[in-house]
Every structure is written in structure tokens, then in C-alpha cells.
Design a protein around this ligand. Structure first.
Ligand code: IPM
Ligand code: MG
Length: 361
């Protein structure tokens, strides 16, 4: 039988619980669609710091590189908050993105039909539904620029630098255009070109790349305006392409449109070969240490990340669609605490995972 190797990083907090449910769902999807998984567990984040002293042990990178793709739960927690920056769990996350060359972060923000009422956005603004794809640059910009402590005007000071090269902008712009081509054909490039030189280069470069995509309708928006428009009139957006830090902020904002950050999946992709691309798949939420180990976390964002894995890296679109349908079906009767509404059955993490498995038939 077709076997895919998957590096599995359970991580910290609720990470192990939500990953467990996702592996159950992936196994069930495999049974139904004729493939199986060989899981290779590896360490990253706080648990890696505890066991090896490093947030991203070199062995983890080796294992990931040898696999078809990577599934990640979440990392971080208060235990590791006072460590110096380069030893924090977050450094593991940034390190793995860089080490695996995962420069394109896809963060879909959409409304699941059964959850329409959960959105804090007015129903007349949501209209027939929302489906926005944020394409965030993930291995450049201020996250990876020069930073440090210094002195300014005789006072202690600190700096971080936003720097983008033309090839970095070009390749993420292409991901945005290609994505728009597969969807409604509209791309909005978000920058701060009225102030930042790096944004002016971003805009120039996106405009140049646009010549190769005459079929895509391109617009530009300043990031502050975009933050406002996402709430005022979110339906105007199809695909948004933006820098690392703007994408970080806008994707959290866009996630709330769907009602709960516990619902949103993400894919981080590198260079693709043919129809298959190596990627890392993770929910966009964090490790929620406050509810870890209680069995009440919402596993759906991770399960939906599993669906993205099947779609983008393993070229199994039918299995991906079946998982999404099973998630929608589960939501018709069952809810975890974060998305609970009167009239539904309140379930825990494992019960939600089981419901999705059942929905897969
Ligand atoms: C995210 C997170 C990370 C980021 C943090 C945890 C480093 O917020 O994936 O959005 O800022 O990229
Ligand atoms: Mg974030």
C-alpha cells in the first residue's frame, strides 16, 4: 500500500492531545482512500528544551528532511518564558521554518457553515460566507533581520530590522498569484509603502511579477487599512499576500472572523516539485497551557491542517475533501468548549476526533 512518512512534532501544552486526534483521523482517511502513514515522532519546543537543552535539536531537522512532510501540534508555555530569546520554544518554530526553507505560509480564514452564528462579525457582513486565503512570507523580513541591543541618545535601546530581497518577494508573490488563479482570481498585496522602503520594494516587485499573471486582478492595500477592511467588508478579499510580520498580525485578526482561532489550519511550504510540495502543517493557535491535559481542547484546527497536508503535499485531494466534510458534519451536532452554543452536545478533544473519524465512514 502507498505509505507516506510523516514527521510528527507533538510539542507542548495541548499539542499532544490535538495531534493524537489528528493521527486517528489521518489513519481513518488512509483506510478509506488506500494509503497509510509511517509516523516519525520528534521533539521541538519546550519538551525539547527539557530533554535536550535545545528548542530545536538537530536530529529533529534530520528526521523532518527525510519525511514526506511534517505535522506539528503547538509549542510554548509559561515554564520556558523566562529563557533568553534564542532558547525559547518559539525559537524552535522559527528555526524549523528556516531550516526547512518553508517560505510560504498559507492561512485560510473561512466560515464553517454550522458555525456561522459563532462569528463576531454581523451576519449581513458575512453574507453568503467568507473564504479568505492569507499568504504570509515566512522566512524573511523583521523576524529574521538583524536585531540587537544598542544605545541611542545615551539611552539603552533595541532594534529589529525589516529587510527583503527581490527574489524573496518574487517567490512569495508568485505563490499569491498562483493561489488567486486557483480561486476567485483576486490578489491583494498588503504593505506599508507610504512609510517603509522595504514595502516600496515589495510593491514594485509584486507589480513586476503581475505581468506574468494578466488573468489575476491585483490590488494593493496599506496594512492599517487592511486591518480595518477585514472587519468592515471582509468579503472583498480573496487572496492576501503579505510580509512575515503583517501576515502574523492579519491572520490572527482574520481567524476571529470564523468564530474561533481553534478552527484554523495552516500550511508552510517550500519549493515544490511537481504536484507535491514538502510542507509543515500546524494549527494557527498556540499551545494553550491553561487547558493542557484536561482533554477539552478543540482538535479541529489540527485535523484541518491534516486535510491541508493531504491536499498540498500528498496530492490526495479526495481524502482532504472528505476530512473537511466530516468536520462540518461533526459540527452539526457536537461542539468543544471554545465553540459551544446551546443546543449542541458539548464534547472533549477525543470525542471530537472520534466524531470526525465516524464522519469519514
Ligand atoms: C504564528 C506564531 C509565531 C509567529 C510565533 C509563536 C513565533 O504567532 O505562527 O503565527 O509569530 O510566527
Ligand atoms: Mg501568530
Amino acid at each position: 500500500m502507498k505509505t507516506y512518512t510523516l514527521a510528527v512534532i507533538r510539542g507542548d501544552g495541548i499539542g499532544p492531545e490535538i495531534v493524537e486526534e489528528t493521527l486517528k483521523v489521518l489513519d481513518r482517511a488512509g483506510e478509506r482512500f488506500g494509503f497509510r502513514f509511517d509516523y516519525k515522532p520528534c521533539l521541538m519546543g519546550g519538551c525539547a528544551i527539557d530533554q535536550t537543552g535545545l528548542p530545536l535539536p538537530p536530529e529533529t531537522i534530520e528526521i523532518c528532511k527525510a519525511c514526506d512532510s511534517v505535522l506539528l501540534g503547538a509549542v510554548g508555555g509559561w515554564q520556558w518564558d523566562s529563557l533568553p530569546g534564542h532558547l525559547r520554544p518559539e525559537a524552535g518554530l522559527l528555526g524549523i521554518r528556516a531550516a526547512l526553507g518553508l517560505y510560504a505560509n498559507l492561512r485560510p480564514a473561512r466560515i464553517f457553515r454550522p458555525l456561522r452564528q459563532a462569528s463576531p462579525i454581523r451576519q449581513d457582513i458575512i453574507g453568503e460566507g467568507l473564504d479568505i486565503m492569507i499568504v504570509r512570507e515566512l522566512t524573511g523580513g523583521i523576524y529574521f533581520g538583524e536585531r540587537g541591543r544598542t544605545e541611542k541618545a545615551g539611552q539603552p535601546a533595541a532594534f529589529d530590522t525589516e529587510c527583503y530581497t527581490v527574489p524573496e518577494i518574487e517567490r512569495i508573490a508568485r505563490v499569491g498569484f498562483e493561489m488567486a488563479r486557483k480561486r476567485a482570481g483576486r490578489l491583494c498585496s498588503v504593505d506599508k509603502a507610504n512609510v517603509l522602503e522595504s514595502s516600496r520594494l515589495w510593491r514594485e516587485t509584486v507589480l513586476r511579477v503581475a505581468a506574468d499573471y494578466p488573468d489575476v486582478e491585483l490590488s494593493h492595500m496599506y496594512v492599517d487599512n487592511c486591518a480595518m477592511q477585514l472587519v468592515r467588508h471582509p468579503r472583498q478579499f480573496d487572496v492576501i499576500v503579505t510580509s512575515n510580520i503583517f501576515g502574523d498580525i492579519l491572520s490572527d485578526e482574520a481567524s476571529m472572523i470564523s468564530g474561533s482561532i481553534g478552527m484554523l489550519a495552516s500550511a508552510s511550504l517550500g519549493e515544490s516539485s511537481g504536484s507535491r510540495a514538502f510542507g509543515l502543517y500546524e494549527p494557527i493557535h498556540g499551545s494553550a497551557p491553561d487547558i493542557a491535559g484536561q482533554g477539552i481542547a478543540n482538535p479541529l484546527a489540527t485535523i484541518l491542517s491534516g486535510a491541508m497536508l493531504l491536499q498540498y503535499s500528498l496530492n490526495e485531494p479526495a481524502a482532504a475533501a472528505a476530512i473537511e466534510a466530516a468536520v462540518n458534519k461533526a459540527l452539526e451536532t457536537k461542539r468543544t468548549g471554545d465553540i459551544f452554543e446551546a443546543g449542541y452536545e458539548k464534547v472533549g478533544c477525543a470525542e471530537m476526533g472520534n466524531a470526525v473519524c465516524e464522519g469519514l465512514g
